[in-house]
Design a protein around this ligand. Structure first.
Ligand code: UDP
Length: 254
């Protein structure tokens, strides 16, 4: 079996060198972390589900003209993606108060926000991903002002589209996190969506019951984490063919 070079290993994914220059293979793990790595666990089958869910959402977004790093899904746990220069930013879009927002601003969980709010966090584990403003981002050179304009408008378009898509399957898109990167093509630079969009990076509540169908089940020890991710996949119509027994997948695909 050929050994691929591991370019980067994160909390939930591994990036390997891709088959051609300018490509990477994004491998989805079952590992879960929360609270800046203080809580760790394994959610069996999560990687398979997130691979499918994120592929589905990226393909739908590409259909409405959002550029993404996705080339294609390769197998149960891997996607072929374009290599991009990732901005060191987490772009969070919020429609309903939850998580850190409720604590920071003293707003009760579940309060609908007067309009969608976009926040930026500087990706830095040692600093605990601090919230930053456009001033910090442009002063430190993490992104240029026109890049940020593009990122903001892409984030809002993605939010409008995904909020509607999830509403169609009876899920409320409470908030989510996006990452963007620069892609160079013949001297031209484009900003593209990268990383993943999955129940690891979104808060999704059942429209009627407000039941949490996302990583908050892991963060708060609510149980039924894998089942909630499966239900999201099922509602989107993308449950892996063989059902839950398909979820364990091959342990490694090297
Ligand atoms: N989020 C994420 N990765 C992070 C931080 C947040 O995917 O490192 C997502 C999280 O799942 C939620 C949204 O971004 O959907 C907003 O998270 P929040 O700022 O409320 O932080 P949390 O409460 O998750 O610590």
């Amino acid at each position: 079996m050929s050994r691929r070079r591991r370019v980067y290993e994160g909390k939930a994914k591994i990036m390997y060198e891709g088959p051609e220059p300018g490509t990477l293979v994004q491998y989805f793990k079952d590992d879960a972390t929360a609270f800046n790595n203080q809580k760790k666990g394994v959610i069996t089958g999560k990687g398979v589900l997130n691979n499918r869910i994120s592929e589905y959402l990226f393909l739908r977004l590409a259909e409405i003209g959002i550029p993404t790093h996705l080339v294609r899904r390769l197998n149960m746990r891997e996607q072929l993606v374009r290599e991009v220069e990732v901005f060191p930013l987490e772009v969070v879009v919020r429609n309903v108060a939850a998580g850190s927002f409720t604590q920071r601003f003293g707003v009760a969980e579940g309060t609908a926000l007067p309009r969608s709010i976009v926040e930026y966090y500087y990706k830095n584990d040692e600093l605990g991903d601090p919230m930053v403003t456009e001033e910090h981002i442009t002063a430190f050179g993490w992104a240029a002002p026109p890049d940020l304009d593009d990122i903001l408008s892409l984030a809002l378009r993605i939010n409008d589209f995904l909020a509607g898509l999830f509403l169609g399957v009876n899920l409320r898109l409470v908030d989510f996190k996006l990452e963007f990167g620069r892609l160079w093509e013949n001297e031209e630079m484009r900003i593209v969506l990268c990383d993943e969009i999955s129940p690891d990076s979104c808060r999704l509540w059942d429209m009627q019951t407000n039941e949490k169908m996302d990583k908050d089940r892991f963060r708060r020890d609510l149980g039924g984490v894998a089942e909630a991710y499966q239900e999201v996949a099922r509602r989107l119509g993308i449950m892996p063919e063989a059902g839950p027994r398909d979820l364990k997948g091959p342990a490694t695909l090297q």
